[in-house]
Design a protein around this ligand. Structure first.
Ligand SMILES: *Cc1c(COP(=O)(O)O)cnc(C)c1O
Length: 555
């Protein structure tokens, strides 16, 4: 039993997790008024149908339109493949499976959301779509999808990849797209970045800023997004829904489900359909790069999705929107933030995160290639590494480990070449840069929760909680759900203002404890730090705590 190919198992619906799990939903916030945004506010850059999906907290399953199913059938169902040779190599009793999304025409899972976005854009009367792309995966996906649905397509490609991956560029151009190196001279955002740092190798944050600016200039042009947003996660649940059927057919019970996280859509897509309210039946593992460690080193806070501060604020794990990720080969993981849904999954204990370095993941990927023949994309190599670690850790247990192989590595062979020749440099945690950009996020979140700095032209402070309640009632009135409790990691803190994981007052209960916060306590000669019951302590923070004998108290 290696692969399953059975047309009938393609799911005809997506799973809209925020209807079943309202606690995973965090509304976007306006960056000037600090009010939660409504659908209308978002329609300036996105197409209405997708905004509706993004904020849909009522329907748990959403039917996939027939016209779209015709395109999904081009590559779905994707095979679920057992990595028997790898199991033998590792001498483990665990069974390792991978859900291979690299069979899509453009070679990754991103096609799943691209065709859905292009379909809804065309339906809404959009003429041109614009996108940013890191490694070139999203650009290829949206380019292909645009050609399916007769849309013009413009792609801002992170300079680093634009130069190192000319083949990806050609692929997009073959589908008819216009590809621009970012930072570019075509937008204010790009020109500003170039003025300050002419040699900047680009980042997803800047490219997003350029794409949004371009989209907001014209009514018939809209922005599309390769990850992070709720509607992208929704489209990707086709992976998990399909996997569920494949597992049922073969009578396999998943013990571990693993995917890498850049913006988090593949992880959301493969894992959301397996959520269960008891939180403990399946180990859901989100794997990040240690060079861009949003979850393991970042904070859960409101932040911009782009470095130009054009997006609304989203509550997510972030390294700060000014963080410029180092140039790792896994371009798709170079994002400072993370999907709000995936962030909440981790913060509420439904999932956990791991981080690995560049050499570790290439080593794992090369073992995998030698055993199974498939060469993983560097992003997917993070999941391979995590699967191998799990299979070794539980070597004598018959566990079923499933990881999402998000894409193939055929466009990343230059990276493999460096690795094979021993010339690849290892990544390392850019702690200093992280501390600096996180402190900006802290300031932002203090401003959000501080009545004194609220803009005068907005609601009086005492009405702020009501705004939230009204919003909540509108969106959840039919679900019977109650607003999240006003403590801990909820959207609203005790004083009724948006919670942020930080505290203004000294030494009150932290919900997130990072290295920077412990350093601050040390500077103030505090030997005790008070944290909430649900506090997430980052590994580096924990190291410092132990090193300096600081006591963490929950009361
Ligand atoms: C973009 C990309 C990723 C990361 O995207 P997520 O939305 O975090 O899943 C992972 N793997 C590949 C191959 C990609 O192209």
């Amino acid at each position: 039993m290696r692969a399953t190919m059975n047309k009938s198992i393609i799911p005809n619906s997506w799973f809209n997790a925020i209807a079943d799990y309202p606690e995973l939903f965090e509304p976007y916030m306006d960056s000037e008024t600090y009010e939660f945004l409504e659908a209308d506010d978002l329609k300036r850059v996105f197409t209405p149908s997708l905004i509706e999906q993004d904020l849909n907290t009522r329907q748990r399953t959403i039917r996939i339109p027939d016209e779209l199913m015709q395109f999904y059938k081009l590559w779905r169902p994707t095979p679920l493949i057992r990595a028997c040779n790898l199991e033998r190599y590792l001498d483990t009793q665990c069974r390792i499976f991978f859900k291979y999304e690299g069979v899509s025409p453009i070679g990754s899972h991103k096609a799943n959301s691209a065709i859905a976005q292009a379909y809804y854009c065309q339906k809404d009367g959009v003429k041109e779509v614009v996108a940013e792309t890191g490694a070139g995966q999203w650009g290829s996906a949206i380019s292909m999808a645009s050609s399916f649905f007769n849309l013009r397509c413009k792609v801002f490609m992170v300079k680093n990849s634009y130069e190192s991956k000319p083949a990806r560029r050609t692929m997009m151009q073959t589908f008819g797209s216009e590809v621009v190196s970012s930072p570019s001279k075509e937008t204010d955002v790009g020109r500003e970045v170039l003025r300050n740092s002419p040699d900047f190798s680009g980042s997803l944050g800047v490219a997003i800023g350029e794409a949004i600016e371009y989209a907001s200039k014209d009514d018939s042009t809209v922005y599309t997004m390769g990850s992070a947003f709720n509607f992208v996660c929704l489209h990707q649940t086709i992976i998990g829904n399909e996997l569920k059927r494949q597992l049922e057919q073969q009578d396999i019970r998943a013990d571990h489900i693993i995917s890498c996280i850049g913006g988090g859509s593949s992880f959301a897509g493969i894992s959301l359909p397996f959520l269960d309210k008891r939180k403990n039946s399946i180990d859901l593992v989100a794997v990040e790069s240690d060079a861009v460690p949003s979850v393991t080193q970042g904070v859960l806070a409101y932040d911009y999705g782009d470095s130009a501060e054009l997006t609304p604020l989203a509550k997510m794990y972030t390294l700060g929107h000014k963080f410029a990720p180092p140039g790792i080969h896994a371009g798709g993981l170079r994002y400072h933030g993370l999907s709000p849904i995936v962030s909440k999954m981790v913060a509420s204990g439904y999932a956990r995160a791991e981080a690995y370095s560049q050499l570790e993941i290439f080593k794992a990927a090369s073992i995998f290639a030698k055993c199974e023949g498939y060469i993983p994309a560097p992003e997917a190599a993070h999941s391979v590494k995590s699967a191998i670690e799990t299979a070794l850790k539980f070597r004598r247990e018959k566990r079923n480990i499933i990881f999402c192989m998000t894409g193939h590595g055929f466009f990343d062979l230059a990276g493999y070449h460096l690795f094979n020749s021993g010339k690849m440099e290892d990544s390392s945690i850019p702690s200093e840069a992280i501390n600096k950009s996180i402190s900006d996020v802290r300031d932002l979140n203090q401003a959000i929760s501080s009545p004194a700095t609220k803009p005068v032209n907005t609601y009086p402070d005492h009405q702020q909680p009501n705004t939230f309640n009204a919003w909540w009632t509108r969106n959840f009135e039919n679900t019977g759900s109650v607003p999240p409790s006003r403590s801990g990691n909820s959207a609203v803190s005790d004083d009724g203002l948006p919670g942020d994981g930080f505290n203004r007052k000294e030494n009150t209960n932290y919900n997130i404890l990072t290295q920077a916060m412990v350093q601050e306590a040390l500077q103030n000669r505090r030997t005790e730090i008070r944290i909430s019951d649900t506090c997430v302590v980052t590994p580096l923070a924990m190291e410092l705590v132990k090193q300096h004998n600081i006591s963490l108290n929950t009361h």
